[in-house]
Write a protein that binds this ligand. Structure first.
Ligand code: GTP
Ligand code: SPV
Ligand code: MN
Length: 642
């Protein structure tokens, strides 16, 4: 049984967490020393080095057990960091400091000797928007300015975790050292974590992940909402050459659950480039048609653009079945037969709460009723959760407390939940989790979708003419800004491959890597590439397409294309469905197909121009010739549009 020596006795006095008042301890307990001594020499060296620098009061090596998690959650409850939600089974609510609610792209860096390894050289006078570079020397000073003594009075947790099923040839192991028990509880949901990972690791190398909330005890000022963080000093850094991640100051989401965006995408994409595979911001779903034929599809949409929803979709088209492999990240590799095999490296869903309801995503709703940690949602007086989108199914008259702990009533003028509030739930609980979701060799991918929020001009679906054209579709992705990062307003932003915040290396080199992938396959096996847009709006403002379960109609067309059905016609942007090819029978409301598929010439000429400018300003000399040739060809095709 685990013991949380110092904080176990901390009780909340008048709502004030006592933990912050405890004096720093000098010595690490004997028990902790023994557990650290039992680690492999490489892990021990990492822990020892971190203990010397961060000076925690104690060290706890996580075993990943349910008892350990329960004990941590109890301790956090007593300290006022989380509270139980008695309406459900083992569910918890955390409220953060309102200054720590999303990923911080502006404070995220990739560390390489040369700037150009990390980012293309933007045109002079233009600010680069494809990631931030930091030199190794600057990283050293950033670490020296933040980490010494940063865990004083706190426990350092050692989290051994596997991205991907433990032991799969496609999986990778990391060790996260953190002073946040919330991170431990969340990592247990999001990754395979614990003693069996240490056993699988043996003496091998691993991705080193160091995280601190950056608030040693005693704290000089009380944390807001009992959530320690250090927004002024926040920094999220990655060193591909050393497979190392160092994150300071934020306890939230991708800033602190380091297996997710930091490892699985940023460091992951650099490993993938070296080893010849792809680490992508993509959902993976299985789809079975009425004839019983099953295929797998991967899809890249930017943050908060519908990956979780599509991955768990309840299809309205009769006879179809959707099963979920993953909702956020795909690691994909062509096998010896040229088939693209994908695994979901994660073990849970860290999904956007607002908008999730029994009407839009019943499978997600069924997933989050047990063993789930909610962050920054509202709660009801009867111990349940509430957020925007649940108005029809949760009785708000019982009394609602908003995500900042204030009384909330419908129509009061402010949202009950933060727009980037999240649920963190075990994937295995999803009622439609795919039987192959933990398959060691991965599932075979037949189609790749790219998409985003495009209120104007971009049709519901179109298919790339070729792999090369498909790579342009990914490179040309744009979308309305979202609440998942620190952007303001609804501006249309370039978000190539939905990876702009997550590239681990120069985007131009990433494009070369994608282009080269077709050589690993054959026309019979190479996935077809599509672009989708559920978010086109009518002149009046409403969405032209009902979305959610109705997106099965688009997947039906995609599947028929994969099977070689001639249900497509050429357009300026790619193949689009022939008239009547899209199955619309049974739709509750009539859809204006003409508007949904129209290709306004002015819009597309502006779009191509904007892309030319973007590539010239942002990618410059690193843009592969194949991509500029594809864009030239698109320009010629849209010149003829009315
Ligand atoms: P991250 O976890 O940030 O990567 O986001 P995500 O891509 O998984 O997005 P998610 O599925 O959580 O959807 C985000 C928002 O888009 C929610 O508010 C959904 O209700 C909304 N949404 C998802 N699918 C559709 C759709 O087909 N049509 C419309 N109109 N909205 C959708
Ligand atoms: C995203 O922003 O794409 C997310 C949430 O999935 S986070 O883990 O914070 O990156
Ligand atoms: Mn995401």
């Amino acid at each position: 049984m685990v013991q949380f020596l110092r904080l176990a006795g901390a009780r909340s006095l008048c709502g004030r967490p006592v933990s912050s008042l405890l004096p720093a301890r000098r010595a690490i307990s004997q028990q902790a020393r023994e557990r650290v001594a039992a680690l492999s020499p490489k892990v021990r060296e990492f822990v020892d080095r971190t203990v010397r620098m961060c000076q925690p009061a104690d060290v706890h090596v996580c075993d990943g057990s349910a008892a350990e998690s329960a004990s941590l959650l109890r301790m956090m409850t007593e300290a006022g960091v989380v509270e139980p939600l008695p309406k459900y089974d083992n569910c918890w609510l955390a409220r953060t400091d309102p200054a720590d609610v999303a990923r911080v792209e502006s404070k995220t860096f990739i560390v390489t000797d040369e700037r150009r390894q990390t980012v293309p050289t933007p045109r002079q006078g233009v600010k680069g928007a494809l990631g931030n570079w930091m030199s190794p020397a600057d990283l050293d000073s950033a670490v020296a300015a933040r980490f010494p003594g940063c865990m004083r009075g706190r426990t350092l947790y050692v989290i051994p975790f596997s991205m991907g099923p433990v032991g799969s040839p496609l999986s990778k192991i990391g060790i996260e050292l953190t002073d946040s028990p919330y991170v431990v509880a969340s990592m247990r949901v999001m990754t395979r974590m614990g003693t069996d990972v240490l056993e699988a690791l043996g003496d091998d190398d691993f991705v080193k992940c160091l995280h601190s909330v950056g608030r040693p005890l005693p704290m000089k000022t009380e944390p807001v909402n009992g959530w320690p963080c250090n927004p002024e000093q926040t920094i999220v850094t990655h060193v591909p050459a050393r497979n190392e991640i160092i994150s300071f100051g934020s306890g939230y989401g991708g800033n602190s659950l380091l297996g997710k965006k930091c490892f699985a995408l940023r460091i992951g994409s650099t490993i993938a480039r070296r080893e010849g595979w792809l680490a992508e911001h993509m959902l993976i779903l299985g789809i079975t048609n009425p004839q019983g034929e099953k295929r797998y599809i991967a899809a890249a949409f930017p943050s908060a653009c519908g990956k979780t929803n599509l991955a768990m979709m309840a299809p309205t088209l009769p006879g179809y079945k959707i099963e979920c492999v993953g909702d956020d990240i795909a690691w994909m590799k062509f096998d010896e037969n040229g088939v693209l095999r994908a695994i979901n490296p994660e073990n849970g869903f860290f999904g956007v709460a607002p908008g999730t309801s029994s009407a839009t995503n019943p499978m997600a709703m069924a997933t989050v009723t047990a063993n789930t940690i909610f962050t920054n949602v509202a709660k009801t007086a009867d111990g349940g959760v509430f957020w925007e989108g649940l108005e029809r199914e949760v009785d708000a008259s019982v009394g609602v407390t908003d995500w900042q702990g204030r009384a909330w009533t419908p129509g009061c003028g402010r949202p009950s939940s933060h727009p980037n509030s999240r649920f963190c739930a075990p994937a295995a609980q999803c009622p439609i989790i795919d039987p192959q979701w933990e398959s060691a060799e991965g599932v075979p991918i037949s189609a790749i979708l790219f998409g985003g929020r495009r209120p104007e001009g971009v049709p519901l679906v179109y298919e790339a003419f070729s792999w090369r054209h498909g790579v342009l579709l990914g490179a040309a992705m744009r979308s309305e800004a979202t609440a998942a990062a620190e952007h303001k307003g609804k501006v249309i932003m370039n978000d190539p491959f939905a990876m702009r915040p997550f590239f681990g290396y120069n985007f131009g080199h990433y494009l070369e890597h994608w282009l080269s992938m077709s050589e690993r396959s054959s026309p019979a096996h190479l996935p077809k590439i599509f672009h989708v847009n559920w978010f086109r709006k009518a002149a009046g403002g409403g969405f032209l397409w009902p979305g959610f379960g109705e997106n099965s109609r688009v997947l039906d067309w995609v599947l028929r294309r994969v099977q070689g059905e001639p249900c497509a016609q050429e357009s300026a942007v790619g193949y689009i469905p022939t008239p009547d090819a899209l199955r619309l029978e049974g739709l509750a409301e009539k859809v204006d197909l003409e508007q949904l598929f129209s290709l306004p010439g002015d819009f597309w000429r502006r779009e191509v121009e904007a892309l030319e400018t973007y590539f010239a300003e942002q990618v410059g000399a690193d843009l592969p010739t194949a991509i500029s040739e594809e864009l030239d060809a698109l320009r010629k095709r849209v010149e003829k549009l009315e």
